[in-house]
Design a protein around this ligand. Structure first.
Ligand code: UD1
Length: 420
């Protein structure tokens, strides 16, 4: 079984280039099929979830041409709906976006129940509420595991008020609404940078979307979209992961190809712990200048502290002085990785959706499992900071979302390798 072997105790030093954002790439790749033309997507992260998305589109009839490892052309002229392969769709969350995309292009959809990281229940009621507001009838067939949607008379713009702030539902309703007749107003929309990136992609294709990045998004449906060339924004979670890693190991790194504004909540917390951070135009220099101290974190939708940075920060806090608290404000069950950190000597007590972390003088290498994507990143960070050797299993979870994390860490001086 493939695994990472990490020998801890080395400071990180040097420059690291951040890849395109996974959670922007997934919806944009799927949304490209609304054009029925060629879209060239640049700065695509070379990760397995993007590869799976492209494989799904290929199975649906798209012609995929890799121009290099981070750039593809998707020609969706011959795409057909209702035939996405269940075994791929059920392995990732981003496949939910096929429902909105098939509805928009074919007026009906048939998509398998999506997979992705297990953070407890991951409902799609708000996606369905949005599709129904636009005139679709949605059925979830629990026996076959398929979601069916039908908009016989086409989709019509409407107002959609979400009960919870959901990234996925906001994206899916945007995808469904761009070609709908009339105007859609999404209220209580998510404000993540990837929502803005999707809107920018669509507008480059001829859509009329305003307000992305605020909690009210207005979409005036257009008759047709055209192909385009578009570059994905940098991955703020990948950038945050490297910033967390150097906080745990010590050293100084320059995180390049980032949008510092997207990093504000993470940078603020790392500064509060004692890290020295300098923001440049499209890079961040971060240095450990003194011992880390305790902090409290609560995860929230953007612009709050991202839930997808929570496990990595918990790993860092294991090495900070005093008792820190991490409260999870988005997912009901995101602390499954704590047991793995405890194998390395971490002093963490979980109670409901909060954890108390008492810093320890040092973590010790152990064999641990990457229970999900960001939890896997936390294991790497803990391993880099620990005494001795850490073996990380189930790395398939990590490679779903990190582009060459081993190569990038090695170039910063880490002792990490992948073993088959
Ligand atoms: C996306 C990200 C994931 C990240 C999350 C929150 C992708 C592929 N995944 O997941 O990495 O952790 O945003 O930033 O982009 N909810 C409902 N009903 C719904 C939808 C969501 O109640 O129909 C709830 C969820 O249970 C959760 C909260 O809303 O408590 C946020 O979920 P959401 O923002 O939708 O997350 P995803 O889009 O699935």
């Amino acid at each position: 079984m493939e695994r990472y072997i990490v020998n801890g105790g080395y400071e990180l030093r040097g420059d690291v280039e951040i890849s395109g954002m996974k959670n922007a790439a997934l919806p944009i790749v799927v949304a490209s099929i609304l054009t029925g033309e060629k879209c060239t997507i640049e700065n695509l992260p070379a990760i397995s979830d993007v590869k799976k998305s492209l494989d799904i589109l290929e199975a649906m009839g798209a012609e995929i041409t890799y121009l290099d490892k981070n750039c593809v052309t998707i020609d969706s002229k011959n795409v057909k709906g209702g035939i996405s392969p269940y075994e791929l769709v059920s392995k990732m969350r981003g496949s939910t976006y096929l429902i909105g995309a098939e509805l928009a292009r074919f007026k009906k959809a048939k998509v398998g129940w999506p997979g992705g990281c297990d953070f407890g229940v991951r409902p799609i009621d708000q996606h369905i509420k949005g599709f129904e507001a636009l005139g679709a009838k949605v059925t979830v067939d629990t026996e076959s595991g398929y979601i069916y949607a039908d908009a016989e008379n086409g989709l019509h713009g409407n107002s959609v008020f979400f009960d919870v702030v959901s990234v996925g539902a906001t994206i899916n309703v945007m995808i469904a609404a761009v070609l709908a007749k009339g105007k859609t107003v999404i209220e209580n929309a998510a404000r993540e940078p990837h929502i803005v990136d999707l809107a920018n992609f669509f507008n480059t294709c001829g859509a009329k979307i305003t307000g992305a990045g605020t909690n009210i998004i207005k979409i005036t449906g257009v008759e047709k979209l055209h192909g385009c060339t578009y570059a994905i924004i940098p991955d703020m979670i990948e950038a945050g992961t490297f910033m967390a890693a150097v906080s745990a190991t010590g050293g100084k790194i320059c995180v390049k190809n980032v949008i510092p504004k997207h990093m504000e909540s993470v940078s603020a917390k790392l500064e509060e712990m004692g890290m020295a951070i300098e923001e440049l135009d499209d890079s961040i220099i971060i240095e450990k200048v003194k011992p880390l101290k305790k902090i409290n974190i609560k995860t929230l939708p953007y612009p709050g502290f991202p839930t997808d940075m929570h496990p990595q920060l918990t790993a860092v806090l294991c090495c900070a002085e005093g008792e820190s608290t991490v409260s999870e404000g988005v997912w009901e069950n995101r602390f499954r990785y704590v047991e793995e950190l405890q194998k390395m000597g971490a002093d963490i007590t979980v109670s409901g959706v909060s954890a108390k972390i008492n810093g320890v003088p040092s973590l010790n290498g152990a064999t641990v499992k990457a229970v999900d994507l960001r939890a896997g990143a936390a294991m790497i960070i803990a391993g880099l900071a620990a005494k001795g050797t850490t073996e990380i299993t189930n790395i398939i979870s990590i490679e779903r979302g990190y582009d060459d994390i081993v190569g990038k860490l090695r170039s910063l001086g880490a002792d990490i390798q992948k073993l088959d």
